[in-house]
Design a protein around this ligand. Sequence first.
Ligand code: HH2
Length: 265
Amino acid sequence: MGVLNVTPDSFSDGGRFLDADAAVARGMQMVEEGADLIDVGGESSRPGAEPVSADEEIRRTEPVVQALAEAGAAVSIDTTKAAVARVALAAGAVAVNDISAGRLDEGLPAVAAEFGAGYVAMHMRGTPQTMQIDPRYEDVVTEVVSFLEERAEALERAGVRRESIALDPGIGFGKTSGHNLTLLAHIDRLVELGRPVVIGCSRKSLIGDLTGAAVDRRLPGSLAAHLWAWQRGVQVLRAHDVAETAQALTLWQAIAGGRSEVESG
Ligand code: HH2
């Protein structure tokens, strides 16, 4: 899943793809680099980000979703709002990526159901404005897994098909770096639910906290965390650096699949 933020303030690519043409070009580049899904977002969810109105989110995302879908790309819309999802799905998006798992706008699951769309349900504490204020858990893995299990059932009750639902522990959303590491270490507990799992570690502050690396120097850490998760059965990696992630996966898959014949060039 390639990240495409059509925002002025996203934590790593804010302002780079605000222009719709630049965003579409980057989306198509990510498809060529190996992304199966382009995740278009019009509202930053970094801690403390200013909320954006539905109208503004639609203004940012609709032309980009439409152009990418027309060019044959599979697109997800990264939103918590039913109105934004409706416009994007009508413009050709095939899935909703909802960081609130249906908590912030109760109408969102029904819209996804109406369009027969995929649904990524992510765990977050509170909202992006409040989530990093002293996050505490008794047992972060059990709490996140139970929350997502409960949300997946709620989505099914709202009409989203079972096979269309994927779950994401929400790395960096209402968690300390310690919580994030524990969730990654025990990601098999989420995989064991038997639903597809999505993970997004790309350039996140966990990597900065561990290594001191600035946002634009976190590719090695992003790859390490994503390959760890992949090896444990996570099926979708949400990444900014698609070509590099695809290369890492190609190597991992060739080795894990026991491939021994390669043309030398
Ligand atoms: N992370 C971000 C946004 N959306 N969705 C899912 N399912 N999983 C994630 O980990 C996730 C997400 C934050 O990253 P980014 O989109 O790069 O930044 P911003 O929220 O500042 O736009």
